[in-house]
Structure formats: structure tokens, C-alpha cells
Write a protein that binds this ligand. Sequence first.
Ligand code: SF4
Ligand code: SF4
Ligand code: SF4
Length: 321
Amino acid sequence: MLKDREMEQKLRNEARTLLEQGKVDWIIGFEAGSLKFSTTPLITKDKNDTERLVINPFIVNNLADFLTGIKGRVGIVVKGCDSRSVVSLIQDNKVVREDVVILGVPCTGLIDLGKVEKLTGKYRDELDDITRQGNKVTIRVNGQKKEFPATDVLFDHCLACELPTPKEYDLLLGEPSPPIANPLAQEKIEKLKQMTPEQRWGVWEKELSRCIRCYACRNVCPACFCQRCFVEETEPQWVFPAPRWQDNLMFQIIRNIHVAGRCTDCGECERACPVNIPLRSLTREMYDIVDELFQFKAGMDKDAPPLLTHYEEEEAEGIFR
Ligand code: SF4
Ligand code: SF4
Ligand code: SF4
């Protein structure tokens, strides 16, 4: 399997060539962030910027989120889950397939710094280094090395990953990686399912009372692409603008319905939440319900009709005449 460094070099060369040959107007990828172990989206028209592109276990953003706001042809770096978001946007006619050059990263899972901090008892700033070698992650702190199974520090959504290698791509930067599908991924969700409805209500009341309604969860989500979100409507006003827990709950319920059949379990909403609300317990549950009821997984087939804006005549059951 090609290492991140080799894929990175291949990506830099390819991105430069795409811009030089005028095959794309923009490149969207990742560059090193200003904080330790972080990356940030790089959106550029300048071929010299391609030297800043990186691939590492911290490329968290789902860059498909930027596609609907950019005019022109775009070369975009995608992991498996992000590629499904691109495909889902194509299915919804939000993106034209011919306008994107998909640069696929065969992913092996991303490192959740929150889990690393819990395991080591240290803040990320105090860590010297985090490296991944296959199924092991080595963390160096105060000159001492500690080794952990990778499954201890990967994001939950990565542990659940069904498609780490993009299915839709123009160039695959490395060899395909196998699905991760580790049962640990569903632990939090299963725990909630064991509770009575009253207990679950109590959990969500407590969790959503902490929501500050910053909308980071919505803003990082490629499936949330409405030009005007229902939360900004004033006639009618669907939710009160102040972050009361009941309105926060309403926001999450409606958002989940809007992304049903579009959510690819990329985990970005949960990661972006500044108060650590376990949003994946809602989005993944909806993902599974959609799969169970309609045998539909978002972004798997660009030629398949989208789930929510498509119906068969026989499904109308007398509603449409
Ligand atoms: S969900 Fe899969 S493709 Fe997406 S970041 Fe995690 S392992 Fe990679
Ligand atoms: S990111 Fe978290 S705090 Fe912000 S609106 Fe979403 S749930 Fe609330
Ligand atoms: S709802 Fe969350 S997990 Fe689903 S696509 Fe949007 S950001 Fe990703």
C-alpha cells in the first residue's frame, strides 16, 4: 500500500498538471493547519500552492461541502465517505459530474484527537508526535512512546466505514483499502437503544441543552445545501432563534429528515460541534433507518435517482391524481 507521503507527492503532481493544462479552474484539498495535528481546506487556482497539499490521518473535512459554492471545474480530494457526498450531490443535480475531477484517497481511518487526549490524559498541544503504522498508533509524549491499537483512536464513523476507498474517482492515489466495519463504532448508539423512551428523552434534553446553535453541524455538512435554511425563515418561524433545548431538538429533528438519504456517515457534524453533542447517534440512526426501509445508502451510484426527491407512480397511494 502506498504511504501517505507517496500519495501526497502523486497528488501534488497531478493537481499541478490539472491546473497547468487548464483541465480544472480550482483545486480543493488539504494543507497543514496552524494547530498541531490539524489540517485545513486549501482552495486554490494557483499551481504553486499545490506544493502545500497534504494527506495524513488528520484530513477530517468533507470537502464536498465546498462544491456547491464554487463556479468552474474543480479538482477535489476525497476520501471514501466524501466521494459518496460528491456522488449524492450529483444525484441531486447540485453538481455536474463532468465539472469535477475526483482525486480519490484510499482511506484507512482518521485519528480522533479527542480519543487520543482521553487515552493519554494529555492535551493535544502537549503531545510530541502521533504516527500510524498499519493497525498501531504510536504517541510520543515527554520523550516516551506509547503504542495503541488504531481502533482505540479512530473516529467512531471511521470504525463503521463501509467504503474507505472512493468508488467514484478519476484518479485513485493509492491501492484500495478494505472496509473497517468494527463493532465498537455502534457502542454509543446501541447504549441509547437499550434505554426506555423516557430515558432517551432525558439524555437528549440534557445533551441539547448544551447546544449554542452555532450551526457548525449544518455548515460543515455537504448534504445541507439549501440556499435558505428553515432555521432562518421568519414566516413561518419554525424554530425560535435563541438556543432553547426544545428548539435545538426541533432543529436537529428537521435537519436529520432533510439529510435522510443524503448523509454518508462522514461524521463531520459531530466532529465540528464545539460542545461535543453526540450528533452521530442521530445521523447514523437515520442512515440505518433509510437503509432498512428503502435499501438505500447515500452516494453509492451517481445514476440512481435520489431518495427524497423521487417516487414511483405506485408509491403515491392515491395522493397524486
Ligand atoms: S468514514 Fe471511511 S472514508 Fe471516511 S474518513 Fe472514515 S475511514 Fe475514511
Ligand atoms: S454544532 Fe453543536 S452547538 Fe452548534 S448548532 Fe450544532 S449541535 Fe448545536
Ligand atoms: S449529517 Fe453529518 S455525518 Fe451526515 S453527511 Fe452531514 S456532516 Fe456528514
